[in-house]
Design a binder for this molecule. Sequence first.
Ligand SMILES: C[S@@+](CC[C@H](N)C(=O)[O-])C[C@H]1O[C@@H](n2cnc3c(N)ncnc32)[C@H](O)[C@@H]1O
Length: 262
Amino acid sequence: MTQIDHQVDSMGPDVSGSKVFKFIAFLYGIAAYLVFFVTILYAIGFVMGLVVPKTIDTGTDTPTAEAVIINLLLMALFAVQHSVMARQRFKAWWTQFVPKPVERSTYVLFASLSLLLLFWQWRPLPSVVWDVGNPDLAVTLVTLSLAGWVLVFTSTYMINHFELFGLHQVTNNLVGKEAAPVRFKTPLLYKFVRHPIYLGFIIAFWAAPVMTAGHLLFAAVTTLYIFVGIALEERDLVDLFGDEYRQYKQRVSMLIPWRRSV
Ligand SMILES: C[S@@+](CC[C@H](N)C(=O)[O-])C[C@H]1O[C@@H](n2cnc3c(N)ncnc32)[C@H](O)[C@@H]1O
């Protein structure tokens, strides 16, 4: 059995369960998706300082050093959960305990919960790093940030929104359909950059008319994490798709559309 066969096999749906299990798994998948959806909507408000009760710049007053440590720990928790649980080896191990059809939904649920914990416990660092006085420039930056979020959402649909967030897997399991193996795709924006979702996050986090120290810490650490995440993800993608992905890396740049490659 090749490595790829093994990975696909270990990720395939378990269509052998009872009807009741399949239905419960389906409901669980929907619940996990709803938690994710609320979390990502909250994230927009949290980062942009809009609508939600607790934003990146509000919360318990905390001495600076303590606030930095707490915030770094919260981001580290998310990074470790999000990266470790996404690796093929981890998936092969924990699908011995977690049924395969709900593996992705469980990953999505854990990622959402660790983000909600971050939003809840985040400590503000209110000193202002920049404050764009010009109203036109301020509006441009808010628009750019919203465009970043739109880029995140639209790119998930290009790659396969419902598979990315586990709904596809629980639906296939419910109707007893074998999931097709993961395919390499380069639709639309993926022809210009290899990681449009991550590019969207970077734009959304940095385009702020008022940048506080807390927001800057969040943007800097998440950007750093995105680069680590890209390295790990691309290692898996090369393992899965081999030369096809290697050639894609040579042809298409990582994040900046007009650069040939990096
Ligand atoms: C959160 S998505 C991020 C996708 C991409 N890095 C981006 O920023 O748009 C991560 C999942 O997408 C998958 N993926 C990334 N690029 C892909 C491609 N070109 N074709 C198929 N799957 C891809 C990875 O294997 C991983 O499961």
